[in-house]
Design a protein around this ligand. Structure first.
Ligand code: HSE
Length: 429
């Protein structure tokens, strides 16, 4: 028998207990041993909970209980769970956590402390989708060329409603909160931070890249205007918030931002609150993983998968043994060195010479225009909508600044990166 202590018995913790009971037959058969939740730690002992396990409000009751083999951390936050997980690992207890923020900041330190002790976190990325398992095990023979993930259900739900049902941003954010999709502080979702935490975890497993949120480009969905949504629809693009990891030579780009992505791409078809992750391996080509990214049973499904894995193997971690980049010389690309295509919307006075000056600034930066369209707004003004061929982030930002300072340009330029994807190895054969 393996004994489990749960720290944080909220929605997910209660689901873990319930599923271990409901599916006890198959879980025991698959684990090869009975799994027994001994106790759970909660803040408020008087709150009603749907579990039959012993509850305590003292975390030491679990940390100091030598009979407990596996600690499941489901409390949220960063520094407090860090101390608890650290202590549990130091005591030789295996740890399973669903805490993406904790991992975004401390995964390498905790891995170091864990050593051969199991430290697993499938539920931290894309909820019920076994994406960490896929990267660690299923795709282990591959160099990972790219990961592109819809890994924040709230943003995907909101963008879907904005583009397909013309719902206003504020209205749909409120609805996402009421439906329970959004984090307690929704700026984590709409600002791209939740997706960034998850992307960093995946990048560690795929590349051995140790980066913190501050090191990468993170933009949210707060500034998307209705004119840009109309453009996306007109030109058969979907609008998504993607977490992107791309290997280019010995650099890895890690970035989270909204993208225009052709409707024909598989990942563009992931709608509503669902999550989806496309991974391209150098041998396998593109693989795609789809499923629910949040919810009690969904998250508990992944937590229990880790517990069963520990029961079977006794040790293991998605990053076990990696103290450096997986490939020699592989490092994080600087934010300035990102290369992609861009969509720009520039509001201008509609008079002669405007287009040539905009084109000259872009040309001087070696930025090539792929498509261009002018949409009259009234007798005096128009929107210039243009897309570029692949170019460099620093160059486009400098060009945008230069264009914005022209006296016939009104306000700031709207910019959205265009994700054209990359052919999988099968398509490239
Ligand atoms: N707020 C997150 C989301 C929950 O919307 O995807 C799961 O991490």
């Amino acid at each position: 028998m393996l004994n489990i202590g749960i720290i944080g018995v909220g929605t997910v913790g209660q689901s873990v207990c319930q599923i271990l009971e409901d599916n006890k037959d198959i879980i025991t058969a698959r684990a090869g041993v009975e799994l027994n939740v001994v106790s759970g730690v909660v803040n408020n002992l008087s709150k009603e909970r749907d579990v039959s396990i012993k509850l305590t409000n003292n975390v030491d009751d679990i940390l100091n209980d030598d009979s407990i083999d596996i600690v499941v951390e489901l409390m949220g936050g960063v520094e407090q769970p860090y101390d608890i997980v650290k202590k549990a690992l130091e005591k030789g207890k295996a740890v399973v956590t669903a805490n993406k923020a904790l991992l975004a900041y401390h995964r390498y330190e905790l891995q170091e402390i864990a050593g051969d002790t199991a430290f697993e976190y499938e539920a931290a990325v894309a909820g019920g989708i076994p994406i960490i398992n896929a990267l660690r095990d299923g795709l282990t023979a591959n160099h990972i060329e790219s990961i592109r993930g819809i890994i924040n259900g709230t943003c995907n739900y909101m963008l879907d409603k904005m583009i397909n049902e013309n719902v206003e941003y504020d209205v749909i954010l409120k609805e996402a909160q009421e439906l329970g999709y959004a984090e307690a502080d929704p700026t984590f979702d709409v600002g791209g931070f939740d997706a960034a935490h998850k992307l960093l975890i995946l990048a560690s497993i795929a590349y051995g890249i140790d980066a913190k949120p501050e090191d990468i480009l993170i933009e949210g969905i707060e500034n998307i205007a209705s004119e840009d949504i109309a453009y996306a629809k007109e030109f058969n693009y979907s609008l998504k918030l993607l977490g992107i990891a791309k290997k280019k030579g010995n650099k890895v780009e890690l970035r989270v931002h909204s993208v225009l992505i052709p409707n024909t791409q598989m990942i563009a078809k992931i709608d509503g609150v669902m999550n989806g992750v496309s991974v391209v391996g150098d041998k396998v080509g593109e693989t795609l993983y789809y499923g629910a990214g949040a919810g009690g049973d969904v998250t508990a499904s992944a937590v229990i998968a880790n517990i069963v894995d520990i029961a079977r193997r006794g040790k293991g971690s998605p990053m076990l043994g990696y103290t450096r980049a997986l490939e020699d010389g592989l490092t994080l690309a600087s934010k300035d060195d990102i290369e992609t295509k861009y969509y720009l919307r520039i509001k201008v006075q509609d008079k002669s010479g405007v287009l040539s000056q905009v084109a000259k600034i872009l040309g001087d930066k070696n930025i090539s225009i792929e498509t261009m369209l002018q949409k009259p707004l009234n007798d005096t003004h128009a929107n210039l909508l243009l897309s570029t061929h692949t170019c460099n982030e620093k160059d486009i930002k400098e060009a945008m600044n230069a264009i914005e300072s022209l006296d016939f340009v009104d306000g700031n330029i709207a910019m959205i990166r265009i994700e054209i994807g990359r052919a999988s190895c099968r398509e490239r054969v």
